[in-house]
Ligand binder design. Structure first.
Ligand SMILES: [Zn+2]
Length: 468
């Protein structure tokens, strides 16, 4: 089976074929950096990280670009409010954004071009549109002439007549047609600006993505992603700008994630009305937030509630416990992990991997792929219940889990888990105390370990420990 992706442009699932085998060019619209990341914006960030991880797990080299809009009206207002420069606002919130990404277990993009660093490319793009008759200047502003681009509306399936009717209320006399959009804005006195053939000003929002894609990825990319709220007008305008110049598609596949609904009062009360990722991260682990986001298909709406996060936390806990127990038992195994895993374990792992890939290849069906992860949890627990579990079986279990987790990244925290000598010494001492029926010393040690963040579990095979 080959990977199928739902393409917004054609409204259907299509087999994914990159232009160059083994290489994927991907662009996801990035944030305007005037504030901290809101939980609603964490959804596309996690969804497209998962998409990229999956493409990489299939052996593709993915060039993944996300832009930073580091100048616009909101940035200018924020700079005035904070009494610092626009560039300082950008630096501050880009750093915070990257910290949030790391805290969500999201890989950094291959490249994060900034608008202010791509100004000559943007101006060049607008100039070419003007030369071809797709742009016109009026009083220092430059607009895109939508009437000249026959395909305008094809991505969002908007009817131009309806659009015209819809925006008749606010007539802008500077535009030839009301659906025309701004490519370049003349600067107001005192505002941050750049020199251009049309006078001092700054770019409109839509043009930056077209210019950056062309500059850093080329004419046509494989996947363009973003939230469904960007479909119109933003992505429609990106198509119009690029395709007017190249005559070729901007992207072969368009992916849009559905909204994250936030209507839960309890959640707002406990986390503040801002619902910022940095505050949510303080209460929930990266794996929990990722599990919650990926437990619903990316094209379905998702409700952000306290209950949903608490339930995600419990689910991740079950997965993490199985993973850590398998790791721990393998470390204690007297024989090495060389040799073949047993036939029943090999067979069941193959079935789990097969089902994981079948679900992922069906337009990234992560909720069902997570079901395969829980089949793995059952197999892990059944294997651990045997006192004579073979090291080769445990190693095979871990390998399969690592493959699935490289895509979903539900337990990033466990990487930090390393047995320390102190913990091992205390556990040995406690075992000795219990053998001598010295229950008070045994309890003391349990408390001591607890204060070190170590939980002990009595299992049929003896004592096991894990970090909280
Ligand atoms: Zn964009």
């Amino acid at each position: 089976m080959a990977l199928q992706i739902y393409n917004t442009m054609t409204r259907s699932k299509e087999e994914f074929v990159p232009q160059e085998p083994g290489k994927v060019k991907m662009y996801v619209c990035g944030p305007t950096v005037y504030g901290y990341m809101h939980i609603g914006n964490a959804r596309p960030v996690i969804v497209f990280d998962m998409v990229r991880n999956y493409l990489e797990s299939l052996g593709n080299e993915v060039r993944y670009l996300t832009n930073f809009t580091d100048v616009d009206d909101k940035m200018i207002r924020k700079a005035e409010e904070m009494n610092i420069t626009v560039a300082e606002v950008a630096d501050m919130f880009i750093a915070a954004y990257q910290e949030d990404l790391a805290g969500l277990g999201v890989k950094p993009a291959t490249m994060n071009p900034r608008v202010t660093e791509s100004m000559d490319k943007i101006i060049e793009f607008i100039k070419e549109l003007e030369e071809k008759g797709y742009a016109y200047e009026n009083g220092g502003d430059v607009y895109y002439r939508t009437g000249k681009f026959a395909d305008y509306g094809k991505l969002s399936r908007q009817n131009l007549e309806e659009l015209r009717f819809g925006i008749r209320v606010e007539v802008d006399p500077r535009k030839e047609n009301q659906e025309d959009f701004v490519l370049w804005k003349a600067a107001k006195p005192g505002e941050v600006h750049w020199a251009s053939p049309w006078g001092e000003g700054r770019p409109g929002w839509h043009i930056e993505c077209s210019a950056m894609v062309r500059e850093y990825l080329g004419k046509t990319i494989d996947i363009h992603g973003g939230g469904e709220d960007l479909k119109f007008p933003h992505h429609e305008c990106e198509c119009a700008q690029t395709e007017a110049l190249t005559g070729e598609p901007l992207s072969n596949y368009w992916m849009h994630n559905a909204f994250l609904n936030i209507g839960d009062e309890k959640m707002s009360k406990s986390l503040g009305n801002g619902l910022l990722v940095k505050d949510i991260r303080a209460r929930f682990k990266a794996g929990t937030i990722r599990y919650f986001m990926l437990s619903s298909h990316y094209r379905n709406q998702l409700n952000f509630t306290e209950e949903a996060l608490l339930s995600a936390e419990k689910s991740v806990e079950r997965i993490a416990l199985a993973e850590s127990n398998v790791k721990h038992r393998l470390e204690l195994a007297p024989e090495g992990a060389e040799g073949e895993a047993s036939a029943p374990v090999t067979e069941r792992l193959a079935a789990i991997t097969g089902s994981f890939h079948a679900k992922m290849q069906d337009d990234f069906n992560t909720p069902d792929a997570i079901t395969a992860v829980f089949e793995w949890v059952s197999l892990a627990n059944q294997t651990l219940a045997k006192t004579d579990a073979a090291a080769a079986d445990l190693a095979a279990l871990l390998k399969t889990y690592a493959e699935m987790n490289a895509v979903l990244n539900l337990t990033p925290e466990l990487e930090a888990e390393v047995a320390s000598e102190e913990v091992e010494r205390l556990i040995a001492e406690r075992a000795e105390a219990r053998k001598n029926k010295n229950w008070s010393r045994s309890d003391e040690i349990r408390d001591e370990l607890n204060s070190l963040g170590i939980l002990l579990e009595d299992t049929p095979q003896g004592m096991r420990w894990r970090r909280k």
